[in-house]
Design a protein around this ligand. Structure first.
Ligand code: ATP
Length: 302
């Protein structure tokens, strides 16, 4: 379990991270989203103990990151935004060196990390000769060397091509079978594809903390019927439907007052009574992208 409580970091007068609290359960994959400068990397640096908070604290399995740095760091794998790689070394030598730096003398850990990141064919090549995608894998391999329970990945897909991106997502999902993962990204599809939960930062503050399964709008029902039907007369007699709008031919958004299931049942009944077909009906899904834009839209108004 990872718990951040009222975590803050100031740079002079700038509140880079401002009283952010969240917790992450074992096995969760959490996506950290936010515009440039929203505070994502600063949070990750504080979680991993690389940066001291100005206020608040982080507990990893109940232990304070600052009070028990060595014990906590042994449980954490960290992929920084710009990972330092010794590019003159081969992949194998670099990983062995990184392992020794962390006090891991067991060579099988290096071999496991190479296997997990699918780097077998590159193990003896100099890092500087590798493509960006493979260099990123080497960075991930160093992050998982000690088989960490917590993986903190700062923009793992940064600069990867679509195919490498796909491979990175598959890799993160595989790693998440044995670790709790927090990843920061600017790619919404990445969060939608692999994360259980999303945290959206806005100007140093945590604006949204939501499970992806909860990303539906609790007030709107989407109704699909035939084009060119005047269903207004039918809907307007229902107390549960506050108003309605045709968003595309035959596709209506109904603004609901009360329970969505009860309202949907009433709408279907009314449509059938009026001999109108119902092709589909259900809660309107809120796209992650829409949520992100709504969240940041209100920034200017504050
Ligand atoms: P990006 O998506 O661009 O990586 P981010 O969300 O990770 O951005 P941070 O790197 O956490 O954002 O930065 C948050 C704020 O803190 C920014 O305004 C940044 O300029 C500021 N900041 C970060 N590091 C320092 C520093 N060492 N000194 C002063 N200000 C800093």
């Amino acid at each position: 379990m990872l718990e951040a409580t009222s975590l803050s970091r100031n740079y002079g007068v700038l509140k880079a991270v401002d009283k952010v609290s969240f917790s992450v359960k074992p096995g969760e994959i959490v996506g950290l989203l936010g515009h440039n400068g929203a505070g994502k990397s600063t949070i990750m640096k504080m979680i991993t103990g690389f940066l001291e908070p100005s206020g608040g604290r982080v507990l990893i399995d109940g232990e304070d990151v600052l009070e028990r740095p060595e014990k906590v760091r042994a449980k954490i794998g960290y992929l920084p935004e710009s990972p330092p790689l010794y590019t003159e070394l081969s992949v194998m030598d670099y990983l062995c060196f990184s392992a020794r730096m962390r006090g891991c003398m067991d060579e099988s850990l290096v071999l496991d990390a190479i296997r997990a990141t699918n780097l077998q064919s590159k193990a003896l090549e100099q890092i500087r000769t590798l493509s960006r995608g493979f260099k990123q894998r080497v960075s991930v391999a160093q992050a998982i060397l000690s088989r960490p329970k917590f993986l903190i990945l700062d923009e793992p897909s940064n600069g990867l091509d679509p195919e490498q991106n796909q491979e990175m997502r598959a890799l993160i999902q595989k790693l998440a079978e044995e670790a709790t993962v927090i990843l920061s990204t600017h790619v919404m599809q990445e969060v939608s594809a692999i994360c259980d939960r999303v945290l959206i930062m806005r100007s140093g503050q945590l604006a949204v903390d939501k499970k992806l399964t909860e990303l539906s709008d609790s007030k709107i029902i989407k109704l699909n019927t035939c084009e060119n039907l005047s269903i207004g007369e039918t809907l307007k007699n229902l107390d549960t439907v506050l108003d309605y709008k045709e968003m595309a031919p035959g596709s209506w958004d109904l603004n609901i007052n009360g329970n969505l299931n009860i309202a949907a049942a009433e709408v279907v009944e009314a449509m059938v009574a009026s001999r109108f077909p119902v092709h589909a009906i259900g809660p309107k899904k809120l796209e992650l992208e829409t949520l992100f834009h709504h969240t940041n839209e209100s920034e200017g108004s504050q």
